[in-house]
Write a protein that binds this ligand. Structure first.
Ligand SMILES: Nc1nc(=O)c2c([nH]1)NC[C@@H]1CN(c3ccc(C(=O)N[C@@H](CCC(=O)O)C(=O)O)cc3)C=[N+]21
Ligand SMILES: [Mg+2]
Length: 293
C-alpha cells in the first residue's frame, strides 16, 4: 500500500511558517502584506474557495481585501478595478478568481495585472520567466504546491521520468516547467495523446491534471511511482450532496503507487498555502525587503 501524502498537514505547517515570517515583517519592517481577491459572479464553489483564502490570509497575519462583483459586470469595469489594485500600495498580491463570466476575456484581465503582484503566476511575463528559468517570477500556486510535496517526499528529482497529464496554462504547463527545472525527463500528455496508459506506466512521477474523475486507473501506474492528483471534481451524490474526487482512481492507485496525494487533503490545501507564500514573496520584493527565513 502507498504512503498517503498529507497535503493538509504540510499546508498547515507552511502557513504557520508564513505566519511567523509575516509577524517578523510587521515587527521589524513595519508593514503588513496585503492580498486582494476578486470574485465576479456567484458560483458556489468559487465562493467557498474565496472564503477559505480570505480566512487563511487573515490567520497568517496578512491583510485580505475582498472584491465581489455581480455576474453581469462588464470587462471595462473589472479592468478598472484591476488597475486600481495595481496602483494601491497596500495591495501586494492580486488574484482574480477563474473562471470569469462569458462576457469577459480572461486573457485581457490577466495581462492587465501588475506582474509584480501576480500571485497566481498567470501573467505571460511570469509564465515566460518560469519557462526560461532565469528570472525570479511568481510561480503558479497549484504546481508549486505539488512540487513542494514531491521534494519533501523524494528529495532529489534528478533524472526521474515525469508524466504530466493535462496541458493547461494553470497547472499542466507550469508543472512541466517546474519538473524540468528539477532535471526530470518530462512528458506532457493530453486528450489527443495515444497509448496514454502505457505512457503513464513509464512515469516515476505521475501528475494528473485533467479534470476527469477517476480517469487514471491502477494499472496505468508503475509500481513504486509517486502519484500527484490535482483533480478537484465535484460529484453529485444520490442524496443531493456533493463529494470531491480526484482524476485518479484512488482505491486502485493506492495499491500500486509508493506515494499518493488524496483528494481532498492533498494538493488543494497546498494551493492556498502557496498563494500566501507568493503574497509574502511579492510583498518583500515590491518593498525591497529581504524575505525572512
Ligand atoms: N485565479 C484563480 N486561482 C486559483 O488558484 C483558482 C481559481 N482561480 N479558481 C478556482 C481554482 C480552484 N482552486 C482551489 C483551491 C483550493 C482548494 C482546496 O483547498 N481544496 C480542498 C477541499 C476544499 C473543499 O472541500 O471544497 C482539498 O482539496 O482538500 C481547491 C481548489 C483554486 N483555484
Ligand atoms: Mg488543468
Amino acid at each position: 500500500m502507498a504512503e498517503i501524502i498529507d497535503g493538509k498537514a504540510f499546508a498547515a505547517q507552511l502557513r504557520a511558517h508564513i505566519g511567523r515570517r509575516v509577524a517578523r515583517l510587521v515587527a521589524e519592517e513595519g508593514f503588513t502584506p496585503g492580498l486582494a481577491v476578486v470574485l465576479v459572479g456567484d458560483d458556489p464553489a468559487s465562493q467557498v474557495y474565496v472564503r477559505n483564502k480570505a480566512a487563511q490570509t487573515l490567520e497568517a497575519g496578512m491583510i485580505s481585501f475582498e472584491h465581489r462583483l455581480p455576474a453581469h459586470t462588464a470587462q471595462p469595469e473589472l479592468l478598472a478595478l484591476v488597475r486600481r489594485l495595481n496602483d494601491d500600495p497596500a495591495v501586494d498580491g492580486i488574484l482574480v478568481q477563474l473562471p470569469l463570466p462569458a462576457q469577459i476575456d480572461a486573457d485581457v484581465i490577466l495581462n492587465a495585472i501588475d506582474p509584480a503582484k501576480d500571485v497566481d503566476g498567470f501573467h505571460p511575463l511570469n509564465a515566460g520567466l518560469l519557462a526560461t528559468g532565469n528570472g525570479f517570477g511568481l510561480v503558479p500556486c497549484t504546481p508549486l504546491g505539488a512540487l513542494m510535496l514531491l521534494r519533501d517526499r523524494l528529495g532529489d528529482l534528478r533524472g526521474l521520468n515525469a508524466v504530466v497529464v493535462g496541458r493547461s496554462n494553470i497547472v499542466g504547463k507550469p508543472m512541466a516547467q517546474l519538473l524540468l527545472r528539477e532535471d526530470c525527463t518530462v512528458t506532457v500528455a493530453h486528450s489527443r495523446t495515444r497509448a496514454l496508459p502505457e505512457l503513464c506506466r513509464s512515469a516515476d512521477i505521475l501528475v494528473a491534471a485533467v479534470g476527469r474523475p477517476g480517469m487514471i486507473r491502477g494499472d496505468w501506474i508503475k509500481p513504486g511511482a509517486t502519484v500527484i492528483d490535482v483533480g478537484i471534481n465535484r460529484i453529485g451524490l444520490p442524496d443531493g450532496r456533493a463529494r470531491l474526487t480526484g482524476d485518479v482512481d484512488f482505491a486502485e492507485a493506492v495499491t500500486v503507487a509508493a506515494h499518493i496525494t488524496p483528494v481532498p487533503g492533498g494538493v488543494g490545501p497546498m494551493t492556498i498555502a502557496c498563494l500566501l507564500h507568493n503574497t509574502l514573496t511579492a510583498a518583500c520584493r515590491r518593498r525591497g525587503v529581504e524575505l525572512p527565513d
